[in-house]
Design a protein around this ligand. Sequence first.
Ligand code: ATP
Ligand code: MG
Ligand code: FE
Length: 339
Amino acid sequence: MKILAIESSCDETAAAVVEDGTRVLSSIVASQVDVHHVYGGVVPELASRKHIEAIVPVVQEAIEAAGIDRSEIDAVAVTQGPGLVGALLVGFSYAKAYAWGLGIPCVGVNHLEGHMSSIFLGDNPLEFPYVALLVSGGHTSLYYVTGPTDYELMGQTRDDAVGEAYDKVSKMLGLGYPGGVVIDRLAQKGDPKAIAFPRPYLDKKAFDFSFSGLKSAVGRHLKDHPEPDETRLHDIAASFQESVAVVLCHKLTYAAQVKKCRHIAVVGGVAANSRVRAMVAEVAKKRNLSFHTPELKYCGDNAAMIGAIGYHRLREGKTLKVNDDTYSRAKLPSNTKHK
Ligand code: ATP
Ligand code: MG
Ligand code: FE
């Protein structure tokens, strides 16, 4: 089954063609980073306007790159929420109209479930059950996953998401938006032991996170040692990143231990982080856990992941009605169990 997938929840206009929820025939991502960079964050109104400009060519490109004809598309999957409503509406309305025009079903999916399903793209078989760490711009959550759409929320951040902390620290350091990639790059040249930033575990045996204190500690350090030179900047980035990686790695592997689970996964924009990937891989090897993470291109926002979850939701018959709307908040998937 070939699904045309569309994503427009934030500042990426993306379209993809995905076969049977795993095989990516094409994945096109048009980023608006250059538009928002000067403002130090995403400007919702500008995001919507840019989606309007990009949606038609991006979808067209995805279909061409897949080497298929429009008539071969079996269904359309689209992000319904959470995200910026004005941005979501562009992809959502377009997807519904596209599907109805072709007389095929349209399924609305949760963006976070998309990130969770990115793990199944390509040749990356993963067995259930597993523990997944979702780390993105707006979320930091641990899930125990027992099936393609069965998640149990084990813990989540009480304040900032990891990606958000990266972006805020980047802003403090004068490195602009988005911050993850820049800090990751600078950190590779720094000493992770240079500054003893806090490692916010809250309770070491619980699965909730907190990153606002770590972010503030970087702010305080900058106040006490203003205008860092290049070496210092690298050390700050490396030390901050080390604290993040140590905490994420501990919570994820501890959760696997508690659940007596051999498989672990890291998904979402921050899953692209080089230190997080390396540290989790190392600890997993020591503890004989199998560690899965998407290819870098499927960590940040993309439409292929929407096609992956869309496939499962479609099989469950969850198609959209003509008057269905988007949602802005992190409405958790229907079968998510809370702990
Ligand atoms: P959500 O998915 O929670 O709604 P989002 O869609 O904005 O939020 P993603 O696109 O999944 O988030 O991820 C973007 C975040 O990932 C940004 O905060 C960005 O700084 C961060 N990020 C990207 N690459 C890296 C990296 N290499 N290291 C750390 N953080 C990174
Ligand atoms: Mg983005
Ligand atoms: Fe995202």
